[in-house]
Design a protein around this ligand. Structure first.
Ligand code: TGC
Ligand code: FAD
Length: 393
């Protein structure tokens, strides 16, 4: 008998993907998993129901070291892209809103400053954002410019050495709790980015209510009414739409991993439930129909994790193309939605309550499939790369 015939697959790591991770990656993964299990899972159903997320969580996430963890210097951990991805997976296994807080802080606000900011801006903002002492947001989307940010109307014009910023941003994660907003605006010199501190005269926010998705996350409108900013509020290195779009690559990469975290949580909940729920005198786990669903869910979780890991290894090697990130986001968010919807059915009526994580994840994923580029946008990015024909316009 060969050793291989004695090997058995484990339900929670069916394809032994852990064996592809280094000890350091596993250690980081386990620390984040423990944090989520202790600090997020017991409370997040209530946060979701109440439509809140505690502000102090940012400082706790800072202490955990996940805010801007893939950036170098300025108080950031300088971890690998793969380690960052594993952290996103574990955070989103808790809730997409928690992963969003980390994505928006690290991959959007901090990355924008790190990549496109001046040395003074980096020194001033990055250490406090990495610690979670300050919160950042990223204002690109507008009421009439979501998938097509190039249609933005927010404008910035020079007035002496100052800038005057006027316009409106919509659907901005962390908007009303942010200490600094990274705001993108059209100028005579192309699309430019500005750092707008909370409390700047003319800058106000309004939260978006009645959300049925991503409720454990603050989503706001930013109103910029002739906001006067000094010259040093401008991110000097970003001079076109490439500036904000480069930040989106980073956040989308985190979602490639994160979505599979949500899927894993749904799968594990359905697996547990199927073994406990007795119907017609036996556990539903012993029925062929439910086993087929469980096998399908396990397959998607494993396949999605392998895809994320592959993209992570490419990113760490400096060989990850934006269109590959698009394929990853499209595939893994679609897979996660399918898993969540299947898991919800396995739980029967219990599947519609917040006593179980499944419908919360399912509803959250409806935001995840829309933000950071809708599934349609990513299909068109992949389609354009495959055919050479850009089909947006
Ligand atoms: P296009 O003409 O293709 O490009 C304009 C300039 O940008 C460059 N570029 C990129 N650079 C880096 N990374 C990318 N992924 C890039 N895509 C394009 C391009 O080379 C060009 O550079 P240059 O130097 O020649 O000027 O732009 P387009 O207007 O045709 O738009 C392309 C499209 C549709 C793919 C893009 O606009 C897009 O991605 N739309 C979706 C918008 C979106 O995803 N918004 C997300 C907002 S943030 C958010 O949702 C946060 S959710 C919270 C969370 O993350 O948890
Ligand atoms: P639209 O662009 O109006 O699209 C509507 C529909 O048309 C979609 O189905 C889309 O796929 C489809 N469509 C668009 N173009 C085409 C085309 N060419 N061909 C075929 N179909 C097309 N934005 C930020 O800037 N910062 C944030 O922090 C942020 N956080 C968010 C948090 C949440 C909870 C949500 C829901 C959104 C957030 N967003 C944020 C906004 C998000 O990025 C946008 O909602 C997203 O980019 C889509 O834009 P839209 O909603 O305007 O949809």
């Amino acid at each position: 008998m060969t050793a291989a015939t004695e090997v058995k697959a484990r339900p929670t790591d069916f394809l032994a993907i852990d064996s592809l991770l280094s000890d350091e990656e596993l250690a980081i993964r386990d620390v984040v998993r423990a944090f989520v299990s202790d600090r997020v899972v017991p409370h997040v159903g209530d946060w979701f129901e109440q439509g809140t997320i505690p502000r102090e969580l940012a400082a706790e996430l800072g202490k955990l070291g996940v805010l801007g963890m893939h950036l170098d210097g300025y108080g950031c951990a300088g971890a690998s892209a793969t380690a960052y991805g594993l952290a996103c997976l574990e955070l989103e296994a808790g809730d997409s809103g928690v992963r969003s807080l980390v994505s928006v802080q690290g991959s959007l606000a901090m990355f924008a400053i790190h990549r496109w900011g001046s040395e003074e801006q980096k020194q001033h903002w990055l250490p406090q954002l990495a610690a979670g002492d300050a919160i950042g947001c990223f204002g690109l989307t507008e009421p009439d410019a979501g998938s097509d940010p190039g249609a933005m109307r927010t404008r910035a014009r020079r007035d002496g050495s100052d800038w005057i910023l006027h316009g409106q941003k919509m659907w901005i994660t962390n908007g009303s709790v942010a200490d600094v907003a990274v705001v993108w605006a059209r100028t005579d010199e192309g699309v430019r980015g500005f750092l707008v501190p909370r409390g700047t005269r003319g800058f106000t926010t309004q939260d978006i209510h009645k959300k049925l998705s991503l409720r454990a996350s603050v989503t706001s409108e930013l109103l910029l009414d002739d906001v006067r900013l000094p010259a040093d509020a401008l991110l000097p290195q970003a001079t076109s739409l490439r500036g904000p779009l480069s930040c989106l690559n980073e956040a989308r990469y985190g979602i490639v991993w994160g979505a599979i975290g949500a899927a894993r949580a749904c799968f594990e909940s359905a697996l547990r439930y199927s073994q406990e729920r007795i119907v017609f005198g036996k556990p539903i786990a012993a029925t062929q129909l439910q086993q087929a669903k469980l096998a399908e869910m396990a397959m998607e979780v494993n396949r999605g994790t392998l895809l994320a890991l592959h993209l992570g290894r490419l990113k760490d090697a400096g060989r990850l193309a934006p269109e590959q990130v698009s394929m990853g986001k499209l595939a893994n968010v679609n897979a996660a939605l399918a898993v969540a919807r299947t898991a919800r059915q396995v739980l029967g009526a219990n599947g519609i309550t917040l006593e179980y994580p499944v419908i919360r994840h399912m509803n959250n994923l409806e935001s995840v499939v829309t933000y950071e580029g809708t599934a349609d946008v990513h299909a068109l990015v992949v389609g354009g790369a495959l055919t050479g024909h850009q089909a947006f316009r």
